[in-house]
Design a protein around this ligand. Structure first.
Ligand SMILES: [Zn+2]
Length: 236
């Protein structure tokens, strides 16, 4: 049943990213490729990234504005059709019913077939916002968005329960799915470079590192350049 609903209409993808720039690093080539193949991709950006600066003269308020603009430009390059900013402070996410409810509401509203986010189970050093975004996203998908008795206020608003079919995690230590990004690698790089406040003087080094990584990931699969994911399929 789930499979046929994915085949019938345009496949919708929701990318839930902890900070502006994470989605481009983890999945930019795949996002651009999917858009080229007719999938509709939207972003949900959980935090405003307002701590990501080493400039002593930078303020959180100014940085949040800069990063929102950078994220819009990067998303445009990849062909993302909508960017939703939740505006939580950088480093301020918690696993709460309120945050989960925000994601459940967006899933019920936009009805994605596929959700992409960071891998919640990366060990040791992993930004707290990445861990919390991804675990709350997974919980929001299953079981909360599915069950009409969870967050019943949404149902009263006219939003029906929704079943997501697949989840792709970037940044996984146990990837099982490799997407060819050879054709869209230049778009990934261009999108990444939009995040000037983060890239700073490291642009060339970063480009080199991203290419080396895509090449290394692709090598094991016989693909020139690839991105790696852990993928789960949800059978209801
Ligand atoms: Zn991040």
């Amino acid at each position: 049943m789930a499979r046929s609903s994915m085949e019938e209409s345009k496949i919708r993808v929701m990318v839930v990213t902890p900070h502006p720039d994470d989605a481009e690093i983890g999945a930019g080539g795949t996002i651009a490729s999917w858009v080229r193949h007719g999938r509709e991709v939207i972003y949900v950006v959980c935090t405003n990234g307002d701590k990501g600066s080493s400039d002593p003269d930078m303020t959180s308020e100014r940085l949040a504005k800069i990063r929102e603009q950078e994220q819009r430009e990067a998303a445009k390059i990849l062909g993302v059709s909508e960017v939703i900013f939740l505006g939580h402070p950088d480093g301020g996410l918690e696993d709460t019913p309120a945050f989960r409810g925000e994601l459940v509401r967006l899933i019920r509203k936009h009805r994605p077939n596929i959700v992409m986010t960071a891998d919640p189970y990366r060990r040791y050093l992993w930004h707290r916002d990445h861990r919390i975004t991804s675990i709350v996203t997974l919980d929001a998908i299953f079981p909360y968005a599915r069950d009409h008795l969870s967050y019943p206020g949404h149902i009263a608003e006219g939003l029906a329960p929704h079943r997501v079919n697949e989840v792709y995690f970037w940044g996984s230590e146990d990837p099982d799915t490799f997407i060819d990004i050879t054709e869209t690698f230049s778009l990934k790089l261009a999108a990444l470079m939009c995040h000037a406040s983060q890239v700073g003087q490291r642009a060339e080094l970063l480009k080199q590192w991203v290419e080396e990584r895509a090449s290394k990931v692709g090598q094991s699969q016989g693909i020139p350049l690839a991105e790696a994911f852990r993928r789960i399929e949800i059978i209801y």
